[in-house]
Design a protein around this ligand. Sequence first.
Ligand code: CUA
Length: 333
Amino acid sequence: MNRRVARSRGALTTLGTVVTGGCAWDGPQSSLAPHSDFGWEILHVYAIVTWATVIIGVVVFSLLAWVLLRYRDRPGAPPPVQTRGHSLLEIGWTIAPALVLLIIAIPTIQVIFRTQGGAAPGALEVEVRGWQWWWEFRYPALGVVTANELHLPIGQPVVLHLEGPDVIHSFWVPPMGGKRDVVPGRHNQMWFVIDTPGVYDGQCAEFCGASHANMRIKLIAETPGEFERWVDAQKAPPGEPAGPAADGKAAYARLACVGCHAIRGVSAGVIGPDLTHVGSRRTIAAGLLANTPENLAAWLRAPERIKPGVKMPNLGLGEADARAIAAYLASLQ
Ligand code: CUA
């Protein structure tokens, strides 16, 4: 294959990757496939801006092409006549952009007012706290506390109260709508109504330290019945473990775990995630690993290897203790 063919093939592949990459409308973290009213509102504004810029682009580049062809240098042509100022053109290209901005501003401002106001009365309230590097979700009216996996019912307004105890984070689940910062000492909120059940991925969207990229969110949108069953299961006291899990409970209570983590009726730590029903979660370590006893044991033995900078200390656990505690945590369904 000669060099020219190879080069054009390379260019085509690159172009193809860029173009088709941009076409992943329903990728796992795409804001172009909304699943809430807030998400649709944002997409609506985005579509207006996109079409406005596409039309402007077509007009400008067509004019440019026409001018380049029409006034190109021809052999023997005299030097072009110099022109100085053209009032009509100047007024035109001042008014046209102002009109475009006005056209974009009207729906933008309407959407800002519609989505930034107070939530509908009776909305389900959830307190969202961004920690280095995990998410805490508290449902004060339901008496439920969980971490990293946010369960919400569809078809009902939900309002998230965002607060940060350490540094600035940003809550972002793209199919639900825009990002919103979680700022220490400040209360931000966002609200929306989810339209489709599903598991939606999100992440922290503000650089917050070494494991910023390891601060993921799973939003689990359920029918009202499924959500109610989840709440009931979360409110139930944790079951009493048996076999190796019982040894794990003893090890958990003996070691420093109890200082940081809460398990209802067992420990009351508030520094790390509440583990009362940790066994019912799909993932551990803020979405980094599937929730299996093997992954739990690996995490307990060397959390810093999985999440750089993690605040959870390496307690130097032996294999047996790590396995027993993992069995206990997995039993907390
Ligand atoms: Cu938290 Cu980035």
